[in-house]
Write a protein of this length. Structure first.
Ligand SMILES: Nc1ncnc2c1ncn2[C@@H]1O[C@H](COP(=O)(O)OP(=O)(O)OP(=O)(O)O)[C@@H](O)[C@H]1O
Ligand SMILES: [Mg+2]
Length: 594
């Protein structure tokens, strides 16, 4: 898939896959018993309310002519009892269906989030994070109305309609047929607008997604925005996106608004015919209709069109929901490209020999980033990667943790191809400090303990001491229990690095990966840290990436990476003696410092 941006619409599905509604049915089915109870209750209540026009008809045609006050009082009492019963049933329905609707939404949201956590880096590389968020939060919420009211209302309305038609037929067959003539007209309206309406809602959801993507991006980049005084330009972009969203929304609801008035119009036309013909039949010399029957029938007309109106509303919210459902299930179905092989076994306890054998890799098809990488790092050795920006150093270590799959070749740890073992068993034995390490909201203690929840406070402090972070942490107002924000915005860049460094160490990994672990740390701290590290790295295989060559001088082997290949390899002394690229780099840093 091409990389998506906030100003790029996502691809729209052409035809709706009914299977998606079936899948939604799968989420609903655990609640079918409760829903059945609600539906039965609603049907009983509406069957009772349907008897009310009969009470009136009896008052008009029987009790008033007979001046039977007791009969009239009885009918009034029954009408009141029916109203109380239906109010109680309605309250029960609203409460139960809201609970059910929210439970289904909770389940859907949890499933998406669970899946998102499994999706590989490449998924996140390809799309703005705001577009992912909008699916988990907004799209799922938009199903709320459909799930809490739509389904039960539809079933009860359909049943109601059936009963009403029976009652209407019992009153008068001719009037019923006139009333039913309206339905084909309504079907014609639906067929006419259906396609356009679905597309309009899809576009609306796309525009909402774009807007969200831009908001998320703007919040993440707010510091740069303000330092480059880009507020006005950004507001213009936002206005544009918000304007498109508004336009798309207006266009989509316009179709929804078409339905209600169409139902009203058709109902008005058929009702007029019923009045005209009904009164003619009453006034005819051989009157084939009584006033009471016409009054009862007109009461049914209202009840006939009311469920049709709500069914039309349901149809609207179904089309709206479908545009969101497509996106929700698309996310849940997103293939996990980096996953355990079907016959994957747990990685045995790692000893530490790492081999890259003819490894080739590209992030995007046809754009090769690593070309035939070969090296063997013996157990306990320290391998360093140096080379220009964008050469592929971070990519190499990302492959070792299997954050991406290689295109060809193999990566072996202790002779086992890492693609044949379970990802969990592999990653739990590795300590990774990424170039752009993340600090989570919570205490510093929690942040260091992130990868090893069983670690004691003492172990956390020990890890912090090793990376020379203990001092600054102790000086913070609550020491290790100082709360930091997401991204660690209240810490300095070097402090963030040290915390991430301690986090990588705490897992007591057999293989340690440090990508620019000390680039933001002052030289004095780094020298101190180096001393502690030498002791710590003993017995572990470690991969260190650094631009500052002083950091890696003591490595057992230095690989100079350039344009995705290994240009030079050897110890610091060997590479200097070669007088190649490494030598040039070393001299330039030396000159720079001199
Ligand atoms: N997620 C990605 N999707 C596509 N291309 C990427 C991605 N990450 C990196 N690249 C490309 O891969 C190449 C190697 O990137 P890599 O991050 O491995 O470089 P590096 O050697 O670590 O550089 P630096 O020293 O700046 O950290 C670069 O050309 C970069 O543009
Ligand atoms: Mg890098």
């Amino acid at each position: 898939m091409a990389r998506n941006r906030y100003d790029m619409d996502e691809i729209l599905e052409d035809s709706f896959d009914l299977g998606q509604l079936k899948r939604l049915g799968g989420y609903i089915s655990p609640y079918r018993n409760k829903m059945t109870v609600v539906i039965i209750l609603m049907l009983t209540s509406s069957a009772l309310t349907m008897a009310v026009p009969i009470f009136f008809q009896r008052i008009m045609d029987v009790y008033i002519p007979a001046r039977d006050m007791r009969g009239i009082a009885l009918m009034s009492l029954l009408t009141f009892a029916v109203a109380v019963c239906s109010a109680v049933a309605m309250r029960f329905k609203i409460k139960t269906m809201n609970i059910i609707g929210q439970s289904i939404i909770h389940q859907l949201r949890t499933d998406i989030f669970y899946h998102l956590q499994e999706l590989p880096f490449s998924y996140y590389d390809d799309r703005p994070h705001g577009k992912i968020q909008v699916r988990v939060v907004n799209y799922v919420n938009s199903l709320s109305d459909l799930l809490s009211n739509g389904i039960v209302n539809t079933v009860t309305d359909l049943c109601n309609l059936f009963f009403i038609i029976i009652f209407m037929l019992l009153c008068d067959v001719r009037l019923t047929l006139i009333c039913l003539c309206g339905l084909p007209l309504l079907a014609a309206v639906i067929v006419f607008i259906k396609r356009k309406q679905r597309r309009a809602w899809q576009i609306q959801s796309n525009k909402q997604s774009n807007l969200n993507a831009y908001i998320a991006e703007s919040i993440n980049g707010i510091r740069v925005t303000q330092s480059f005084v880009r507020e006005n330009e950004n507001s213009n972009i936002f206005n544009g996106l918000s304007g498109s969203y508004r336009k798309a929304w207006m266009r989509a609801v316009k179709f929804n608004f078409t339905m209600g008035p169409s139902v009203d119009m058709i109902s008005a036309i058929t009702t007029s015919f019923i009045y005209v013909l009904g009164i003619r039949w009453i006034l005819a010399p051989d009157a084939t209709l009584t006033v009471g029957v016409l009054i009862a029938f007109t009461a049914y007309i209202g009840r006939f069109w009311a469920p049709i109106n709500t069914l039309a509303g349901f149809y609207n919210s179904l089309l709206t929901a479908i545009s969101y459902l497509e996106r929700i299930f698309e996310t849940i179905d997103e293939p996990v490209l980096v996953k355990d092989a079907p016959d994957a076994v747990p990685m045995p306890p790692i000893v530490g020999e790492v081999e890259f054998r003819n490894v080739c890799f590209s992030y995007e098809e046809g754009h090769r980033i690593l070309d035939n990488i070969n090296f063997i790092a013996p157990q306990g050795s320290t391998y360093a990667f140096v080379g220009p920006t964008g050469a592929g150093k971070s990519t190499i270590v990302n492959l070792l943790s299997r954050f991406y799959n290689v295109d060809s070749g193999q990566i072996l740890i202790d002779g086992t191809d890492i693609s044949t073992v379970t990802i969990r068993s592999l990653r739990t034995q590795m300590g990774v400090m990424m170039q752009d390490s993340f600090i989570f909201s919570g205490t510093i203690m929690d942040n260091i303990r992130y990868g090893n929840r069983d670690a004691t406070d003492q172990q956390v402090i020990e890890a912090a001491r090793t990376v020379c972070a203990h001092e600054f942490i102790s000086q913070m107002e609550n020491g290790y229990y100082t709360e930091v924000n997401e991204r660690g915005s209240r810490l300095s860049a070097g402090q963030r690095q040290l915390i991430s460094f301690a986090r990588a160490l705490l897992a007591d990994p057999k293989i340690l990966i440090l990508d620019e672990a000390t680039s933001s740390i002052d030289t004095e701290t780094e020298i101190l840290l180096q001393k502690g590290l030498t002791e710590l790295l003993k017995g572990r295989t470690s991969f260190i990436i650094a631009h500052r060559l002083s950091t890696i001088k003591n490595a057992d082997c230095i690989l100079y990476i350039d344009k995705g290949g290994i240009l030079e390899r050897g110890t610091h002394e060997q590479l200097l003696a070669q007088r190649g690229a490494y030598y040039e780099l070393y001299i330039s840093q030396y000159d720079f410092l001199a």
